[in-house]
Design a protein around this ligand. Structure first.
Ligand code: SF4
Length: 468
């Protein structure tokens, strides 16, 4: 989970200051990269209209909290953040997934816990959020449109950014309430995405992370209609979008990384595009389980696909392919045999990057009504077994990289050198490479720079190496 918060005590270190009189909005952003993109769009619009942003509660005239409502811990974190903003500032507008969530009696959760908030909207509600801002903190007289960078306001570091290609989801996985909060799939026009990508590259972005709820489904809602970019027809389809982004990335020497891809047959066409170093050989495929009966109970998309065969075929096409996935242990009704089937799958599949969660009953999810829920201690114990197995798999897979030279994008400079990531590492969720700088002082490492690194050491998560 990402979170950007306001400080209580820091003096108002404002960003984007345009004039002393402009109204100031504080922003707290919680949740996943999709929520982060919503936050960026709201911040961009605020800047476009001449509002300033404040870094502390007491420097803000009003605070917006973008919430997450996915699991119970995220709900609590969001409610706490709203409480803090109310206590520290008092004028609070709430948006995001938790805003769309009701309790068992159908009442709005946020209004029940925090009746003093000024307004509540669901996710992806830029227009409603701006309406509430206008009501409670009137727009500055002069808009400062020319002060807005073309790429908008970003919450990520300058050298990487998320590109949200669609909103919502047509699936109804039984453990998930996202469709009830974010609605059905709505794909963004391909020309808008290409323009946004180009502006981001022009602003210095070196890695673009494509996100959505279901990247493989891009364009389904508009029947893959043809759009136009630079006078050229491009279909609203995952393969054509990936191809076009790859070409654009190539002209800026940048990376494209694909997240939330379901293993539908057309993903096979993406793998050959991963050969030239711009569409990264990396697929984030949330599989959640391997046993067909559990997948059926989960109502997972592409559950009929033979994932193991697919992964093996992809690795034959591109041996450098990194696969990241998430799994749930202890889903309702999961028997010991079904769980062991998952372990066997993981041994065979050799997933490079893996997250495993013990099943958590999210309020409103239909999976909670399934028979034979697994006791909490068994869920946790199974999660532990998956992570133990994965640690060994990951350790061995990373060990195989020792001695190789890999391309690294530097994220951070510290006292001992740099910290960066390879094509196998997405920011925030995967491992990192600790890079020893070159001896020559004129070859200093810099954030956002690509550097070739010879790998010397590894553990179960990270790599260490020397810049070449
Ligand atoms: S694919 Fe399933 S888990 Fe993912 S957002 Fe859609 S319903 Fe939720």
């Amino acid at each position: 989970m990402q979170s950007q918060s306001l400080s209580r005590n820091k003096p108002a270190g404002d960003t984007g200051s345009t004039s002393g009189a402009a109204p100031k909005v504080g922003f707290v952003s919680l949740g996943c990269p999709k929520a982060l993109v919503d936050s960026e769009q709201i911040l961009t619009q605020l800047r476009a209209e001449g509002y300033e942003t404040a870094k502390s509660y007491d420097g803000a005239d009003l605070v917006i909290v973008n919430t997450c409502g996915f699991i119970d811990a995220a709900v609590q974190e969001s409610l706490d953040a709203i409480g803090e903003a109310l206590a520290e500032n008092g004028k609070v507008i709430v948006t995001g997934c938790l805003g769309a969530k009701k309790d068992a009696s159908g009442d709005d959760i946020i209004m029940k816990v925090h009746p003093k908030v000024l307004a509540v909207t669901g996710p992806h509600a830029l227009a409603e959020v701006m309406d509430s801002v206008h009501t409670h903190l009137p727009k500055p007289h002069e808009p400062f449109l020319d002060l807005i960078p073309a790429q908008g306001v970003k919450l990520t570091p300058k050298h990487y950014a998320y590109l949200k290609i669609s909103e919502g989801c047509n699936h109804r996985c039984s453990f998930c309430i996202i469709p009830s909060m974010r609605g059905d799939l709505v794909s963004r026009p391909i020309a808008d995405l290409m323009l946004e990508a180009e502006n981001l590259f022009k602003s210095g972005v070196k890695e673009l992370l494509v996100i959505s709820q279901d990247t493989s489904a891009y364009g389904v809602d508009v029947k893959f209609r043809t759009g136009f970019w630079n006078g050229r027809p491009i279909k609203t389809h995952m393969t054509q979008l990936t191809e076009a982004l790859g070409e654009l990335a190539k002209s800026y020497g940048a990376w494209i990384r694909l997240h939330y891809v379901y293993p539908y047959p057309h993903v096979d066409q993406i793998i050959p595009m991963m050969g030239d170093g711009h569409i990264l050989p990396y697929l984030d495929i949330p599989m959640q389980h391997a046993h067909p009966e559990v997948l059926k109970r989960m109502k997972r998309p592409a559950s009929g696909e033979k994932n193991l065969d697919r992964i093996q075929a992809w690795r034959k096409m591109n041996p450098d392919l990194t696969i990241r996935s998430t799994f749930i242990a202890g889903f309702p009704g999961e028997t010991e045999a079904e769980f062991e089937y998952l372990l066997d799958f993981l041994k065979e599949a050799q997933i490079d990057r893996l997250g495993c969660f013990a099943y958590s009953p999210v309020e409103g999810a239909t999976a909670n009504e399934l028979a034979n829920p697994v006791p909490e201690e068994v869920r946790e114990e199974r999660r532990g077994r998956v992570m133990l197995l994965q640690e060994e798999i990951s350790r061995n897979r990373l060990k195989a990289k020792v001695g190789k030279t890999v391309r690294v994008l530097i994220d951070e400079i510290n006292r001992t050198g740099g910290v960066g990531r390879t094509s196998a590492d997405a920011p925030e969720i995967d491992g990192v490479v600790y890079v020893k700088p070159p001896f020559e002082p004129h070859k200093k490492l810099a954030v956002g720079q690509f550097v070739d690194v010879k790998i010397t050491t590894s553990d179960a998560h990270d790599l260490w190496g020397e810049a070449q």
